[in-house]
Design a protein around this ligand. Structure first.
Ligand code: BES
Ligand code: MN
Ligand code: MN
Length: 462
């Protein structure tokens, strides 16, 4: 593929501008106010897939947001790569913390992105990374370098739990039949330290509600004599970790896969600087489960975190009040073998059991999903590794991520195929945060690396 670098060089401004256009549409799946924008984004993705050389593209309606499906089948005897990505994005809030508006993309240089990065919600997660595949497809079809069959499945509900996609996959086994699933929706260690994501954590997400008295009360007249739901909720949450930052829910760790010393030693070889980690976050110390390193804590160990907590008076000034109710949203990141429904149940039972008689507890499960680990002795992994080797000049490091893409384990159960996670983002790209961005280097390197994956995968496939 001698022409690949030239093709990218000749077209890179257009590639960047097309991504910028896509990023201008605020496809926030969580907020119904953006419904029309989410739908418009699906239409735009359909149009781009057609232009990139798919023979057949359709918008598949679902009970929720549509799935954009596209394909180019060149020979049934050749392998089929199924590309998955998402066109929806996280809400941009809090808006005032953005240095420039979230849906008005701009290019700025940063320390880690000296060639510039595109700043916008979805730049890295996942429009930028998804669009690398569309542009790699364009290259392969227009230059006669497509070595196998391709299917695209781009959804609009990843950031809210992929419920419609689960339904779609269960009902379209034949349409989605493939030999390997390829996803760019994760990260890598650094621009000069390529890595391939070999694991994702599972997730159980719940909301809790504590109710005390039947109405908000004067905190002087009643304070001290009735349970304050916010005090109680804080106590209950605090008790979910012990002094070693171990989670106290009975049975929580029962099925956790324990890695051998040898596997942990292997993991520890990945380059990592605790100093830079702390500096990047402006913290003077890390914090977490006793007995595990930072990289272990955020990948092979399960967690429990409060994502939001509210109740009572939070407006200007002071109001003396004991609220009737207090709430929190809690996520548990899970590791292989922990079953998310079971963990949700263990949490619910335990949380109800630790509440004093003076309050009532309601636990509402949200979404969840299983973790995923991919073996590195498959032709899919080997093809990906060789692709990075070709374009970065370095063998990529296999590394488990702490994030979740719950649909990946469902792909394996339903479609019986493995997923390769070729992510090109950096942890510092601020996904889900204000000032999300994606390096121009990363974007173009992704477009360059993907066609090699197709080439090597087809060669290794017999
Ligand atoms: N792309 C992310 C997941 C991710 C990011 C995995 C970086 C590994 C490295 C995805 O869009 C995401 O945000 N997933 C959610 C879960 C989902 C059910 C809302 C997450 O991990 O919080
Ligand atoms: Mn994503
Ligand atoms: Mn995300």
């Amino acid at each position: 593929m001698l022409d690949l670098k030239n093709y990218i060089e000749a077209n890179k401004d257009r590639f960047i501008n097309e991504l910028i256009e896509l990023l201008k549409i605020p496809s926030v799946s969580a907020d119904p106010a953006f419904q029309q924008d989410v739908l418009n984004t699906a239409d735009s993705v359909k149009d781009k897939l057609e232009k990139a050389g798919c023979d057949f593209v359709e918008i598949c309606e679902t009970p929720g947001y549509p799935i954009v499906y596209g394909e180019k089948i060149i020979d049934k005897k050749l392998p089929t790569v199924l590309v998955y990505g998402h066109y929806d994005v996280q809400p941009a809030d809090p808006l005032d913390l953005w240095d420039s508006p979230a849906f008005e993309p701009i290019i700025k240089k940063t320390e880690l992105h000296p060639e510039g990065a595109i700043f916008a919600r979805g730049a890295c997660d996942d429009k930028g990374q998804m669009y690398m595949h569309v542009k790699a497809m364009e290259y392969m079809t227009t230059t006669g370098n497509l070595p196998c069959n391709v299917k695209f499945m781009i959804e609009g509900e990843e950031e809210v739990g992929s419920e419609s996609l689960g339904w779609f996959v269960k009902n379209h086994h034949e349409k989605l039949a493939n030999d390997i699933i390829l996803i760019s929706d994760t990260g890598m260690i650094a621009n000069d330290i390529p890595s391939i994501t070999t694991g994702l954590r599972g997730l159980s997400y719940v909301e809790v509600e504590i109710t005390g008295p039947n109405r908000d009360l004067h905190s002087g007249l009643y304070g001290g004599a009735v349970a304050n739901p916010i005090n109680i909720l804080s106590k209950m949450i605090a008790s979910l970790h012990d002094e070693n930052n171990h989670i106290t829910i009975p049975g929580f760790y029962d099925k956790v896969e324990e890695l051998s010393r040898a596997e942990r030693d292997e993991m520890a070889k990945a380059p990592f600087s605790l100093d830079s980690y702390k500096k990047a976050l402006d913290i003077s110390a890390v914090y977490g489960e006793e007995g595990y390193t930072t990289n272990e804590r955020n990948s092979i160990r399960p967690t429990l975190d409060v994502n939001g907590i509210w109740g009572g008076y939070t407006g200007e000034g002071a109001k003396t009040v004991i609220a009737s109710k207090a709430y929190a949203k809690i996520s548990m990141r899970l590791v292989p073998n922990q079953e998310w429904h079971e963990i949700t149940e263990l949490f619910t039972k335990h949380f109800e059991s630790i509440a004093p008689e003076a309050v009532t507890v309601k636990v509402t499960p949200h979404h969840g999903g299983q973790g995923y680990v991919t073996p590195i002795n498959t032709i899919g992994y080997k093809a990906a590794s060789k692709a990075y080797q070709t374009t970065f000049g370095k063998t990529p490091i296999p590394q488990r991520s702490g994030g979740s893409i719950p649909i990946v384990s469902l792909f394996e159960d339903e479609l019986k195929s493995k997923t390769i996670l070729m992510g090109f983002g950096l942890d510092s790209d601020a996904i889900h945060s204000p000032n999300e961005h994606f390096g121009i280097f990363n974007y173009l390197k992704g477009i360059e690396t993907i066609p090699y994956f197709y080439k090597y995968f087809t060669e290794l496939f017999e």
